[in-house]
Design a protein around this ligand. Sequence first.
Ligand code: NAD
Ligand code: WQD
Length: 342
Amino acid sequence: MGNSPKILVTGGAGYIGAHTVVELMAAGYDPVIVDNLSASDKTLLAGIHQITGKVPNFHQGDCRDKAFLNFVFKTQGPFSCVMHFAAFKSVGESVQKPLLYHQNNVGSLLTLLEVMEEHGVKDFIFSSSCTVYGQPDNIPVDERAPFKRAESPYGATKQLCERILEDVHTTGFRVISLRYFNPIGAHPSAFMGELPIGVPNNLVPFITQTAAGLRKKLTVFGNDYNTPDGSCIRDFIHVVDLADVHVKALVYLAKDSRKNVYDAFNVGTGKGASVLELVNTFIRTTGAALPFVIGPRRPGDVEKVYADPTKVNSALKWSAKYSMEDALKHAWAWEQKLLKSH
Ligand code: NAD
Ligand code: WQD
C-alpha cells in the first residue's frame, strides 16, 4: 500500500477490531493485524477480504510474546499507531478465571508498551469500556465520573490498564482510551459481525441466535428495575460507528503536537434504551419471531448507564450515525448469513 501509514491492530480478527480494519483501509491506512485466535477464528479475516477486496495482513501470535511482537515491529513496521483490541471480554468468565484475565489483559498491554518503547512508537489507542464506571452516580455519565470499585475482574483489568496508560504517558506515549458502551450490530454488507464462542453472554447475539432457532428462548434479566419499563437501560452503539471513531482518534492524535497525551473518551450514542425496547425493536424491524420470558436479575448488572458523548462529539468530531433499528437489522442479516454457511 505504498506510503499509507501503517497501523498495528491487535485483536484484529475479533468483532470490533475487524470492523475497524475495514474502516482503516477505507480511510487510506495500512493495517497490520496481530491476533492469537484465542477468542476468534479466521471468519472475520475472510469478511475483511470480501468487503475490501484486499487480503488482510495478518500475523498469528500472542501479545504477551515479546519475541513475536518484536518480530512484527521489525518486519512490518514502522507503525504510526497501535490500536490495542486484544483482550478477553467475558464478565462472567473473568469471575471464574481472574488470573487468566489479569494475565491476558494486563500482561498483553505491558508487553506491547515495552515493545513500542523499544521501537520508538508513541501513539496508542486503547479499547476501554463503560464498565470502568460501575453504576455511576450521575447519568448520562461523562468522563470525569470517578471509577467505582469494579464489579468483576474483567472490569478491574480495564481500570488497571487505563491507570497504567495514564502513568506511562508522561514518558513519551500519546494515548487515547476509548470507553465503549454497548457495541451491537454487524457490517451492513453482512460479511462480518459478532461471532461469539459458545453460548453468547451479550444480549444481541443471544437474540439473533434465538430468532434463528439455535436457542429456545431469550430470558430478559429482570423487569423490576427502577426504569420506565422495569428492564435495564444501556447505550447500544453500532459497531461500524464504533470502528469509525478509531479513525477519528488517529486523525486527532496525528494533529496533536504534544509529546505526552493521555485522554479518555466515552463512545456511545448518548441515548439510553431499555432491554425490552431493544427486544421489541428487533421483532418490529426484522419481523422475526423471538420467544422470550422475563427472568430474575443477573447478578452484577447495573440498572442503567448511558454516555454523555459531548467530549467525543466535539474533540474527535464524531457522532453515531446508525440507529438501533439499523444495528438490529444488520445483526439479523449477519446471523442469517451464518446460518446459510453452516
Ligand atoms: P473479541 O473477543 O471479538 O476480539 C478480541 C480479539 O483479541 C480476539 O480475536 C482474540 O482472539 C484476540 N486476543 C485475545 N487475547 C489475545 C492475546 N493475548 N494476543 C493476541 N490476540 C488476543 O472482542 P471484541 O468485542 O472485538 O472486543 C475488543 C476489545 O474491546 C476488547 O479489549 C474488549 O475488552 C473491548 N470492549 C468490548 C466490548 C464489547 O461489548 N464487545 C465493550 C467494551 C470494550
Ligand atoms: C445488556 C443488557 C442484561 C443477555 C457488557 C459488559 C460491559 C461491556 C459491554 C465490555 C443487560 C440484558 C443480556 C440476556 C438479558 N463489555 N440481557 N438477557 O452487561 O450491559 O455489558 O458488555 O467491556 O463491560 O459488562 O451487556 O449485552 O451482556 O447485557 O436480559 O440473555 O441485556 O441484563 O441489562 P452489559 P450485555
